[in-house]
Design a protein around this ligand. Structure first.
Ligand code: ADP
Ligand code: MG
Length: 274
């Protein structure tokens, strides 16, 4: 893992990543996917404010990288902004873990294929290791963020009503559903206060993933499409209602059941949605 050069940091750094529970979950999920995970468990306690935990079965983090894994602008994914031309990962800024350490107490437990046991690291507010000890988890990485925003009372106040907290759980669920559709062979479990809120098994393709999320009734009224423009090098594919579909099944007054992805990233953009 290397520190990005200063010029690249100036170009890419975004000061606005960790602003909510869902933004923490998004960054952790994307790290798990970048690590090749096929199984991800997301656990929240007290709507994520007491605890957010994301466990994966990905490649793990090498012991030699641990001292810098959560220090800002260290990343294993690119060496400089020129590498963005061939980007294949979600992450590239090396900012997420460092930003999460700024607003919560972070533990990272990790084990690679060549480690004999996992190691749990306790990190400080700047992402440096405070302490470490052996632990018993299998290959992969578990990131635990405790007491989110405890040092930012204003932010915490924003989530003081039950409605806002419930909305946040819904947003996390929708995010997980998006990645679950995008990655059919990914298993996901989402737990809040020890209750399973949503889960998805590994399935063979996008159609099966959509069936598990939307149901067979809806998918029976949908058909797949593909489109390729030679000129613009754009490839489009997806599922839309059949022209003779039962619209009571396929049309909703809200857009919340439309899923749009660009280059493997879930997109929520009003104009595109329209
Ligand atoms: P970025 O994803 O932009 O590289 P992050 O701060 O999210 O920055 O992560 C820093 C680094 O820590 C990553 O480049 C990666 O090497 C390592 N890392 C983080 N999460 C995981 C994970 N779940 N599994 C394996 N490695 C991880
Ligand atoms: Mg990342």
């Amino acid at each position: 893992m290397k520190q990005l050069p200063a010029a690249t940091v100036r170009l890419l750094s975004s000061s606005q990543i960790i602003t909510s529970v869902v933004s923490v979950v998004k960054e952790l999920i994307e790290n798990s996917l970048d690590a090749g995970a096929t199984s991800i468990d997301v656990k929240l306690e007290n709507y994520g404010f007491d605890k957010i935990e994301v466990r994966d079965n990905g490649e793990g983090i090498k012991a030699i990288d641990a001292p810098v894994m959560a220090v800002k602008y260290y990343t294993s994914k690119i060496n400089s902004h020129e590498d963005l031309e061939n980007l294949t990962t979600y992450g590239f800024r090396g900012e997420a873990l460092g930003s999460i350490c700024c607003v919560s107490e972070v533990l990272i437990t990790t084990r690679t294929a060549s480690d004999n046991f996992s190691t749990q690291y306790v990190l400080d507010g700047s992402g440096h290791i405070i302490s470490q000890k052996p632990s018993h988890l299998g290959q992969g990485t578990t990131v635990t963020a405790l007491r989110l925003f405890k040092n930012l009372p204003v932010r915490k106040q924003f989530y003081s009503t039950a409605k806002k907290c419930k909305d946040e759980i819904k947003k996390v669920q929708d995010l997980l559903i998006s990645y679950g559709l995008l990655k059919p062979d990914l298993r996901i479990v989402f737990i809040h206060n020890k209750a399973v809120i949503w889960q998805k098994n590994r399935v063979s393709d996008h159609k099966m993933a959509l069936m598990s999320v939307l149901g067979t009734g809806v998918m029976g009224n949908m058909e797949s499409f593909q489109y390729h423009s030679e000129e613009s090098q754009i490839y489009l594919s997806g599922f839309l209602p059949k022209h003779d579909a039962d619209h009571s099944l396929t049309s909703l007054s809200t857009p919340e059941r439309s899923f749009i992805f660009i280059n493997q990233r879930p997109i929520h953009q009003k104009d595109i949605l329209k």
